[in-house]
Design a protein around this ligand. Structure first.
Ligand code: NAP
Ligand code: ZN
Length: 346
């Protein structure tokens, strides 16, 4: 089935209209008519080959929300008309230890990514959410609470789960002093979700102009990390830091803001490596950790949590023609706080 999409024809090229072929709905498949697709900074890293060689033409988009328009005979999770989502994954082997433990993102065989990847046959390319329709096996389809605004719910499928998962794992809750580093798509979700979990949130940002927004989103405090004094006044203040920064920065400086026994979790993925001193971790028994999206079960928990707390992303809805400009603006930090593509304009 031919489906309209927006694709980057080659690395670093502007995205343009393109058609993708979607498979016929099989017995375990769900067909979703996409309503909105968020623009994640990872889309930009991949179109620009900042994380290594990529597959082109590339249809990015792994923050997908739409209406179910057809289901296969075996499908039980959703029915035609339901609001449904697809995140960063569309399949995995289903049999290895990680799949068994609901960490499909770490599948031994390599999970099938929503785009810039292949299906598990390792031949058929996958194309993402900057398109009007997608067909995905039921196991990787998420139920999106029907009362959430679909444009704002789309970014939950990546920015939401990527921040919810480490907050949950590191037991963020009442009494937690949480610092969120970088107020972009992921950062603003970390503030909203961390505050809803009961933490006292401090926004650590290079953009003074975002101070009022940080408070509106749920942060109790704002600190400007361009000011060197911030690192002194906030030394040993945090139980947990969630670092969402997309560009190179000094992890050692942030580790000094952790209390003894504290943990800093990197979710931002700057392309360049950064040196870390062992002493930044030894003094205070600190943990530096990473976290990659989340498994399907946890993603559903996150969506249910966001449904209960009425949490969606703050989005600027754009038409497909504005995608290239939105990429430039995201790189400049000029987004409040996620672009969500209205896929009817593709
Ligand atoms: P984004 O909307 O562009 O936000 C990134 C924020 O980082 C910016 O708003 C800015 O916040 C801050 N920042 C940018 N350059 C900086 C610099 N040079 N120094 C200090 N701060 C800087 O990006 P996003 O979509 O939230 O994604 C963030 C990162 O997470 C990307 O690298 C993305 O690939 C990665 N990611 C990882 C996962 C995962 O599974 N781990 C999933 C999705 C995305 P301020 O203006 O507040 O400083
Ligand atoms: Zn993403």
């Amino acid at each position: 089935m031919q489906t309209r999409a927006y694709a980057a024809p080659a690395a670093n090229q502007p995205l343009e209209p393109w058609n993708v072929e979607r498979r016929a709905v099989g017995p375990d498949d769900v067909q979703i008519d996409i309503l909105f697709a968020g623009i994640c900074h990872s889309d930009i890293h991949q179109v620009r080959e900042e994380w290594g060689a990529a597959k082109f033409p590339m249809v990015p988009g792994h923050e997908i929300v739409g209406k179910v328009s057809a289901v296969g005979a075996n499908v039980k999770k959703v029915k035609v008309g339901d609001l449904a989502g697809v995140g960063c994954l569309v399949d995995s082997c289903g049999a290895c230890g990680s799949c068994h433990d609901h960490h499909e993102q770490f599948c031994d065989k390599g999970a099938a990514g929503t785009y810039n990847s292949t299906e598990m046959d390792r031949k058929t390319p996958t194309y993402g959410g900057y398109s009007q329709r997608v067909v995905v096996t039921e196991r990787f389809v998420l139920k999106v609470p029907g009362h959430l605004d679909p444009a704002g719910a789309a970014p939950l499928l990546c920015a939401g789960i990527t921040t919810y998962s480490p907050l949950h794992r590191w037991k963020c809750g009442k009494g937690t002093k949480l610092g969120v580093v970088g107020l972009g798509g992921l950062g603003h979700m970390a503030v909203k979700i961390g505050a809803a979990m009961g933490a006292e949130v401090t926004m650590l940002s290079t953009s003074e102009s975002k101070a009022a927004d940080a408070k509106r989103l749920g942060a109790a405090h704002f600190a400007n990390t361009k000011d060197e004094k911030t690192f002194k006044t906030l030394a040993k203040q945090f139980d947990l830091l969630i670092d969402t920064v997309s560009a190179k920065h000094d992890y050692n400086a942030y580790l000094r803001m952790l209390k003894p026994m504290g943990a800093m979790v990197c979710v931002g993925a700057p392309p360049e490596p950064q040196a870390i001193s062992a002493f930044s971790l030894i003094g205070g028994n600190k943990t530096l950790a990473g976290s990659m999206i989340g498994g399907i079960k946890e993603t559903q928990h996150m969506l249910d949590f966001c449904g209960q707390h009425k949490i969606v992303a703050d989005v600027e809805v754009i038409s497909a023609k504005q995608i290239n400009e939105a990429y430039e603006r995201t790189v400049k930090g000029d987004v409040r706080y996620r672009f969500s593509i209205d896929t009817s304009t593709i």
